[in-house]
Ligand binder design. Structure first.
Ligand code: EPU
Length: 337
Protein backbone atom coordinates (compact mmCIF):
# COMPACT_ATOMS: atom_id res chain seq x y z
CA UNK A 1 0.00 0.00 0.00
CA UNK A 2 1.35 3.37 -1.04
CA UNK A 3 0.37 6.77 0.38
CA UNK A 4 1.13 9.57 -2.07
CA UNK A 5 1.54 13.26 -1.15
CA UNK A 6 0.13 16.33 -2.93
CA UNK A 7 -1.76 14.14 -5.35
CA UNK A 8 -3.87 15.72 -8.11
CA UNK A 9 -7.51 14.62 -7.98
CA UNK A 10 -8.36 16.04 -11.42
CA UNK A 11 -8.90 12.59 -12.94
CA UNK A 12 -10.64 11.21 -9.86
CA UNK A 13 -13.84 13.27 -9.89
CA UNK A 14 -16.19 13.98 -12.78
CA UNK A 15 -16.13 17.79 -12.53
CA UNK A 16 -12.46 17.54 -13.57
CA UNK A 17 -11.33 20.41 -11.35
CA UNK A 18 -7.63 20.65 -10.73
CA UNK A 19 -7.28 20.35 -6.97
CA UNK A 20 -5.10 18.08 -4.92
CA UNK A 21 -5.16 15.91 -1.84
CA UNK A 22 -2.49 16.28 0.84
CA UNK A 23 -2.38 12.45 0.98
CA UNK A 24 -3.91 9.87 -1.34
CA UNK A 25 -4.15 6.10 -1.36
CA UNK A 26 -6.23 3.36 -3.01
CA UNK A 27 -7.65 0.32 -1.25
CA UNK A 28 -8.18 -2.83 -3.30
CA UNK A 29 -9.03 -5.26 -0.50
CA UNK A 30 -10.65 -5.08 2.92
CA UNK A 31 -7.40 -6.44 4.40
CA UNK A 32 -5.44 -3.51 2.90
CA UNK A 33 -7.95 -1.10 4.39
CA UNK A 34 -7.55 -2.67 7.84
CA UNK A 35 -3.79 -2.35 7.49
CA UNK A 36 -4.23 1.30 6.46
CA UNK A 37 -6.22 1.95 9.63
CA UNK A 38 -3.03 1.33 11.63
CA UNK A 39 -1.03 3.90 9.66
CA UNK A 40 -0.21 7.20 11.49
CA UNK A 41 -1.28 9.23 8.43
CA UNK A 42 -4.68 7.56 8.64
CA UNK A 43 -4.90 8.04 12.39
CA UNK A 44 -3.84 11.69 12.45
CA UNK A 45 -5.65 13.27 9.50
CA UNK A 46 -9.16 14.03 8.30
CA UNK A 47 -10.34 11.19 6.04
CA UNK A 48 -12.24 11.34 2.80
CA UNK A 49 -13.61 8.24 1.05
CA UNK A 50 -13.73 8.66 -2.70
CA UNK A 51 -15.76 6.45 -5.03
CA UNK A 52 -16.31 7.46 -8.64
CA UNK A 53 -16.30 11.16 -7.63
CA UNK A 54 -19.45 11.78 -9.63
CA UNK A 55 -21.45 13.76 -7.08
CA UNK A 56 -18.76 16.06 -5.76
CA UNK A 57 -17.58 19.62 -6.13
CA UNK A 58 -14.18 20.41 -4.62
CA UNK A 59 -13.73 24.14 -3.96
CA UNK A 60 -10.29 23.78 -2.38
CA UNK A 61 -7.42 21.34 -1.94
CA UNK A 62 -8.16 18.56 0.52
CA UNK A 63 -6.09 18.81 3.71
CA UNK A 64 -6.10 15.19 4.80
CA UNK A 65 -6.08 11.63 3.44
CA UNK A 66 -8.24 10.76 0.43
CA UNK A 67 -8.93 7.02 0.20
CA UNK A 68 -10.05 5.78 -3.19
CA UNK A 69 -12.40 2.85 -2.70
CA UNK A 70 -11.31 0.31 -5.29
CA UNK A 71 -12.88 -2.84 -3.82
CA UNK A 72 -13.92 -5.19 -6.63
CA UNK A 73 -16.15 -8.24 -7.04
CA UNK A 74 -19.66 -9.15 -8.19
CA UNK A 75 -21.30 -12.39 -7.03
CA UNK A 76 -24.66 -14.10 -6.77
CA UNK A 77 -25.06 -14.94 -3.08
CA UNK A 78 -28.58 -16.34 -3.05
CA UNK A 79 -31.51 -17.06 -5.30
CA UNK A 80 -34.97 -18.56 -5.33
CA UNK A 81 -37.63 -18.91 -7.97
CA UNK A 82 -38.47 -15.20 -7.99
CA UNK A 83 -35.41 -13.30 -6.83
CA UNK A 84 -31.65 -13.19 -6.97
CA UNK A 85 -29.40 -11.57 -4.35
CA UNK A 86 -26.21 -10.00 -5.64
CA UNK A 87 -23.28 -8.81 -3.54
CA UNK A 88 -21.43 -6.08 -5.38
CA UNK A 89 -18.21 -4.57 -4.06
CA UNK A 90 -18.28 -0.81 -3.54
CA UNK A 91 -15.55 0.04 -6.06
CA UNK A 92 -17.34 -1.58 -9.02
CA UNK A 93 -18.47 0.85 -11.71
CA UNK A 94 -22.24 1.36 -11.43
CA UNK A 95 -23.02 1.13 -15.15
CA UNK A 96 -20.88 -2.02 -15.60
CA UNK A 97 -22.92 -3.60 -12.80
CA UNK A 98 -26.18 -2.58 -14.54
CA UNK A 99 -24.98 -4.06 -17.84
CA UNK A 100 -24.08 -7.31 -16.06
CA UNK A 101 -27.64 -7.47 -14.66
CA UNK A 102 -29.11 -6.70 -18.10
CA UNK A 103 -27.00 -9.46 -19.68
CA UNK A 104 -28.22 -11.94 -17.04
CA UNK A 105 -31.83 -10.75 -17.26
CA UNK A 106 -31.97 -9.68 -13.60
CA UNK A 107 -34.62 -6.96 -13.35
CA UNK A 108 -34.69 -3.81 -11.22
CA UNK A 109 -31.76 -1.59 -12.13
CA UNK A 110 -32.26 -1.21 -15.91
CA UNK A 111 -33.89 2.23 -15.42
CA UNK A 112 -30.68 3.28 -13.65
CA UNK A 113 -28.47 2.66 -16.69
CA UNK A 114 -25.58 5.02 -17.47
CA UNK A 115 -25.49 6.75 -14.08
CA UNK A 116 -21.85 7.67 -13.47
CA UNK A 117 -20.05 6.60 -10.31
CA UNK A 118 -19.41 3.50 -8.22
CA UNK A 119 -21.73 1.01 -6.55
CA UNK A 120 -20.58 2.07 -3.06
CA UNK A 121 -21.82 5.62 -3.51
CA UNK A 122 -25.22 4.56 -4.84
CA UNK A 123 -26.91 4.17 -1.44
CA UNK A 124 -25.43 7.41 -0.11
CA UNK A 125 -27.67 9.68 -2.14
CA UNK A 126 -30.20 6.98 -3.02
CA UNK A 127 -29.50 7.40 -6.73
CA UNK A 128 -32.60 7.52 -8.87
CA UNK A 129 -33.76 8.03 -12.42
CA UNK A 130 -36.77 7.35 -14.62
CA UNK A 131 -39.10 6.21 -11.86
CA UNK A 132 -36.70 3.94 -9.93
CA UNK A 133 -34.51 4.57 -6.89
CA UNK A 134 -31.89 2.37 -5.32
CA UNK A 135 -34.07 2.06 -2.22
CA UNK A 136 -36.37 -0.18 -4.34
CA UNK A 137 -33.63 -2.80 -4.87
CA UNK A 138 -31.10 -2.37 -2.06
CA UNK A 139 -31.28 -5.24 0.43
CA UNK A 140 -28.35 -4.25 2.63
CA UNK A 141 -25.22 -2.15 2.80
CA UNK A 142 -22.02 -3.58 4.29
CA UNK A 143 -19.58 -1.12 5.83
CA UNK A 144 -16.59 -0.68 8.15
CA UNK A 145 -16.49 1.96 10.88
CA UNK A 146 -13.66 4.36 10.00
CA UNK A 147 -12.69 4.85 13.66
CA UNK A 148 -13.20 1.45 15.31
CA UNK A 149 -12.75 -0.85 12.30
CA UNK A 150 -15.95 -2.66 13.28
CA UNK A 151 -17.92 -4.24 10.43
CA UNK A 152 -21.58 -3.32 10.25
CA UNK A 153 -24.52 -4.29 8.06
CA UNK A 154 -27.25 -1.74 7.39
CA UNK A 155 -30.65 -3.08 6.34
CA UNK A 156 -32.70 -1.13 3.81
CA UNK A 157 -34.67 0.40 6.71
CA UNK A 158 -31.47 1.34 8.59
CA UNK A 159 -30.38 3.38 5.56
CA UNK A 160 -33.40 5.73 5.96
CA UNK A 161 -33.60 6.35 2.25
CA UNK A 162 -35.34 9.51 1.02
CA UNK A 163 -35.22 11.57 -2.16
CA UNK A 164 -31.43 11.73 -2.81
CA UNK A 165 -30.98 11.08 0.93
CA UNK A 166 -29.76 8.42 3.37
CA UNK A 167 -28.09 8.19 6.79
CA UNK A 168 -24.72 8.20 4.99
CA UNK A 169 -25.27 11.85 4.01
CA UNK A 170 -26.24 12.87 7.55
CA UNK A 171 -25.56 11.17 10.89
CA UNK A 172 -23.08 8.74 9.34
CA UNK A 173 -21.39 11.20 7.00
CA UNK A 174 -17.65 10.37 6.87
CA UNK A 175 -18.15 7.64 9.48
CA UNK A 176 -18.06 4.49 7.32
CA UNK A 177 -16.27 2.90 4.40
CA UNK A 178 -18.98 1.13 2.41
CA UNK A 179 -17.49 -2.20 1.30
CA UNK A 180 -20.40 -3.80 -0.60
CA UNK A 181 -24.06 -3.44 -1.45
CA UNK A 182 -26.44 -6.41 -1.61
CA UNK A 183 -29.19 -6.01 -4.22
CA UNK A 184 -32.37 -8.05 -4.44
CA UNK A 185 -33.35 -8.23 -8.10
CA UNK A 186 -36.24 -9.82 -9.93
CA UNK A 187 -35.93 -12.96 -11.97
CA UNK A 188 -39.47 -12.27 -13.23
CA UNK A 189 -39.05 -8.62 -14.05
CA UNK A 190 -41.72 -5.99 -13.63
CA UNK A 191 -41.12 -3.26 -16.19
CA UNK A 192 -41.26 0.32 -15.00
CA UNK A 193 -42.05 2.48 -18.01
CA UNK A 194 -44.23 4.98 -16.16
CA UNK A 195 -41.76 7.80 -16.76
CA UNK A 196 -43.18 9.16 -20.02
CA UNK A 197 -39.90 9.57 -21.82
CA UNK A 198 -39.21 5.81 -21.63
CA UNK A 199 -42.47 4.88 -23.35
CA UNK A 200 -41.85 7.43 -26.07
CA UNK A 201 -38.32 6.16 -26.60
CA UNK A 202 -39.42 2.50 -26.75
CA UNK A 203 -41.98 3.49 -29.38
CA UNK A 204 -39.37 5.39 -31.37
CA UNK A 205 -37.09 2.35 -31.15
CA UNK A 206 -40.00 0.16 -32.32
CA UNK A 207 -39.50 -2.45 -29.58
CA UNK A 208 -41.53 -4.05 -26.80
CA UNK A 209 -40.45 -3.49 -23.19
CA UNK A 210 -37.75 -5.85 -21.93
CA UNK A 211 -34.88 -5.37 -19.50
CA UNK A 212 -32.48 -4.79 -22.39
CA UNK A 213 -34.88 -2.50 -24.30
CA UNK A 214 -35.51 -0.31 -21.23
CA UNK A 215 -31.79 -0.09 -20.52
CA UNK A 216 -31.13 0.92 -24.14
CA UNK A 217 -33.98 3.48 -24.02
CA UNK A 218 -32.58 5.05 -20.84
CA UNK A 219 -29.09 5.14 -22.37
CA UNK A 220 -30.52 6.94 -25.43
CA UNK A 221 -32.46 9.47 -23.34
CA UNK A 222 -29.59 10.22 -20.97
CA UNK A 223 -27.08 10.54 -23.82
CA UNK A 224 -29.34 13.03 -25.59
CA UNK A 225 -29.70 15.45 -22.68
CA UNK A 226 -26.98 14.86 -20.12
CA UNK A 227 -23.34 15.74 -20.80
CA UNK A 228 -20.85 12.85 -20.78
CA UNK A 229 -18.47 13.56 -17.87
CA UNK A 230 -15.62 12.08 -19.94
CA UNK A 231 -16.09 15.00 -22.35
CA UNK A 232 -17.50 17.88 -20.26
CA UNK A 233 -16.93 18.00 -16.50
CA UNK A 234 -20.16 17.77 -14.48
CA UNK A 235 -21.78 15.97 -11.54
CA UNK A 236 -25.27 15.34 -12.91
CA UNK A 237 -28.13 17.31 -11.37
CA UNK A 238 -26.57 20.02 -9.25
CA UNK A 239 -29.79 20.80 -7.35
CA UNK A 240 -32.68 18.72 -6.07
CA UNK A 241 -36.18 19.22 -7.41
CA UNK A 242 -37.78 21.27 -4.60
CA UNK A 243 -40.94 20.20 -2.77
CA UNK A 244 -43.60 22.87 -2.08
CA UNK A 245 -47.05 22.91 -0.49
CA UNK A 246 -50.19 22.68 -2.63
CA UNK A 247 -50.97 26.32 -1.78
CA UNK A 248 -47.54 27.51 -2.96
CA UNK A 249 -47.85 25.35 -6.08
CA UNK A 250 -51.29 26.76 -6.92
CA UNK A 251 -50.06 30.35 -6.50
CA UNK A 252 -47.06 29.69 -8.73
CA UNK A 253 -49.14 27.86 -11.35
CA UNK A 254 -51.44 30.86 -11.60
CA UNK A 255 -48.53 33.25 -12.08
CA UNK A 256 -46.47 30.87 -14.27
CA UNK A 257 -48.93 28.64 -16.19
CA UNK A 258 -46.14 26.63 -17.87
CA UNK A 259 -44.58 25.60 -14.54
CA UNK A 260 -43.65 21.87 -14.56
CA UNK A 261 -44.72 20.11 -11.35
CA UNK A 262 -45.64 16.62 -10.14
CA UNK A 263 -48.12 15.93 -7.33
CA UNK A 264 -46.83 13.80 -4.45
CA UNK A 265 -48.67 11.30 -2.23
CA UNK A 266 -48.35 13.64 0.77
CA UNK A 267 -50.35 16.37 -1.02
CA UNK A 268 -47.29 18.51 -1.78
CA UNK A 269 -45.82 19.14 -5.21
CA UNK A 270 -42.36 18.58 -6.60
CA UNK A 271 -41.25 21.31 -9.00
CA UNK A 272 -38.91 20.65 -11.94
CA UNK A 273 -35.90 22.72 -10.87
CA UNK A 274 -34.61 22.54 -14.46
CA UNK A 275 -37.68 24.49 -15.58
CA UNK A 276 -37.28 27.12 -12.82
CA UNK A 277 -33.62 27.63 -13.74
CA UNK A 278 -34.34 27.75 -17.47
CA UNK A 279 -37.12 30.31 -16.88
CA UNK A 280 -34.58 32.52 -15.09
CA UNK A 281 -32.48 32.54 -18.26
CA UNK A 282 -29.57 30.40 -17.08
CA UNK A 283 -29.80 27.51 -19.55
CA UNK A 284 -26.63 27.51 -21.68
CA UNK A 285 -25.17 30.45 -19.73
CA UNK A 286 -21.39 30.43 -19.47
CA UNK A 287 -19.11 32.49 -17.22
CA UNK A 288 -15.52 31.69 -18.19
CA UNK A 289 -15.34 27.89 -18.10
CA UNK A 290 -18.20 27.49 -15.61
CA UNK A 291 -21.58 26.97 -17.21
CA UNK A 292 -25.14 25.69 -17.18
CA UNK A 293 -25.62 22.83 -19.63
CA UNK A 294 -27.36 23.73 -22.90
CA UNK A 295 -29.78 20.77 -22.83
CA UNK A 296 -30.53 20.42 -19.08
CA UNK A 297 -30.47 23.49 -16.86
CA UNK A 298 -30.16 21.39 -13.70
CA UNK A 299 -26.63 20.37 -14.66
CA UNK A 300 -23.67 22.70 -14.09
CA UNK A 301 -20.59 22.07 -16.21
CA UNK A 302 -16.88 22.71 -16.33
CA UNK A 303 -15.85 23.50 -19.91
CA UNK A 304 -12.18 22.98 -19.09
CA UNK A 305 -10.39 25.04 -16.49
CA UNK A 306 -13.17 26.27 -14.19
CA UNK A 307 -12.29 26.45 -10.52
CA UNK A 308 -14.55 24.87 -7.91
CA UNK A 309 -15.32 28.32 -6.45
CA UNK A 310 -16.46 29.56 -9.87
CA UNK A 311 -18.94 26.71 -10.24
CA UNK A 312 -20.06 27.28 -6.67
CA UNK A 313 -20.52 31.02 -7.30
CA UNK A 314 -22.62 30.28 -10.37
CA UNK A 315 -24.76 27.89 -8.31
CA UNK A 316 -25.27 30.64 -5.72
CA UNK A 317 -26.34 33.09 -8.43
CA UNK A 318 -28.89 30.52 -9.64
CA UNK A 319 -30.13 29.90 -6.09
CA UNK A 320 -30.58 33.65 -5.45
CA UNK A 321 -32.35 34.32 -8.75
CA UNK A 322 -34.74 31.37 -8.35
CA UNK A 323 -35.51 32.55 -4.81
CA UNK A 324 -36.19 36.13 -5.99
CA UNK A 325 -38.33 35.00 -8.95
CA UNK A 326 -40.40 32.19 -7.42
CA UNK A 327 -39.86 32.44 -3.65
CA UNK A 328 -38.52 28.86 -3.74
CA UNK A 329 -35.18 27.88 -2.20
CA UNK A 330 -33.22 25.31 -4.17
CA UNK A 331 -31.04 22.82 -2.34
CA UNK A 332 -27.74 21.60 -3.75
CA UNK A 333 -27.67 17.87 -4.40
CA UNK A 334 -23.94 17.66 -5.06
CA UNK A 335 -21.59 17.32 -2.05
CA UNK A 336 -19.44 20.43 -1.68
CA UNK A 337 -15.95 20.34 -0.11
N1 EPU B 1 -36.99 20.96 -17.69
C1 EPU B 1 -36.96 22.19 -18.29
N2 EPU B 1 -35.74 22.71 -18.60
C2 EPU B 1 -34.58 22.08 -18.35
C3 EPU B 1 -34.63 20.81 -17.74
C4 EPU B 1 -35.85 20.28 -17.41
O1 EPU B 1 -37.97 22.80 -18.55
O2 EPU B 1 -33.52 22.63 -18.66
C5 EPU B 1 -38.31 20.37 -17.34
C6 EPU B 1 -38.92 19.60 -18.51
O3 EPU B 1 -40.28 19.89 -18.58
C7 EPU B 1 -38.78 18.15 -18.13
C8 EPU B 1 -38.81 18.22 -16.61
O4 EPU B 1 -38.19 19.47 -16.28
O5 EPU B 1 -39.81 17.40 -18.64
C9 EPU B 1 -38.04 17.09 -15.96
O6 EPU B 1 -36.74 17.00 -16.57
P1 EPU B 1 -35.95 15.61 -16.62
O7 EPU B 1 -36.82 14.51 -17.08
O8 EPU B 1 -34.68 15.86 -17.35
O9 EPU B 1 -35.67 15.30 -15.11
P2 EPU B 1 -35.20 16.20 -13.88
O10 EPU B 1 -36.34 16.29 -12.92
O11 EPU B 1 -34.61 17.48 -14.36
C10 EPU B 1 -34.44 14.16 -12.43
C11 EPU B 1 -33.22 13.71 -11.70
C12 EPU B 1 -32.18 13.15 -12.69
C13 EPU B 1 -32.80 11.99 -13.42
C14 EPU B 1 -34.07 12.47 -14.13
C15 EPU B 1 -34.84 11.35 -14.78
C16 EPU B 1 -33.06 15.09 -9.73
C17 EPU B 1 -32.35 16.19 -9.02
N3 EPU B 1 -32.63 14.80 -10.94
O12 EPU B 1 -34.06 15.26 -13.25
O13 EPU B 1 -31.09 12.66 -11.92
O14 EPU B 1 -31.90 11.45 -14.37
O15 EPU B 1 -34.97 13.09 -13.18
O16 EPU B 1 -35.43 10.57 -13.79
O17 EPU B 1 -34.00 14.51 -9.17
C18 EPU B 1 -28.97 13.25 -11.01
O18 EPU B 1 -29.48 13.10 -9.90
O19 EPU B 1 -27.76 13.56 -11.14
C19 EPU B 1 -29.80 13.08 -12.19
C20 EPU B 1 -29.35 13.33 -13.42
Amino acid sequence: MQILSNFSLKKYHTFGIDISAQYFTEVNTVATFKELQQNPIYKNNPLFILGGGSNLLFTKNYAGLVIKNNLKGMEVINKNEDYVWLKIAAGENWHSFVLWCVANNYGGVENLSLIPGCVGASPMQNIGAYGVEIKDVCDEVQAIDLQTGEERTFTNTDCQFGYRESVFKHIYKNKYLITAVVFKLNKKPVFNTSYGAIEQELKAMGVEPSIKAISDAVINIRSSKLPDPAKIGNAGSFFKNPEVSKQKHDELKQQFPNLVAYSLDNGNYKLAAGWLIEYCGFKGKRIGDAGVHVNQALVLVNYGTAKGEEIYKLSQQILDTVKDTFGVTLEREVNIY
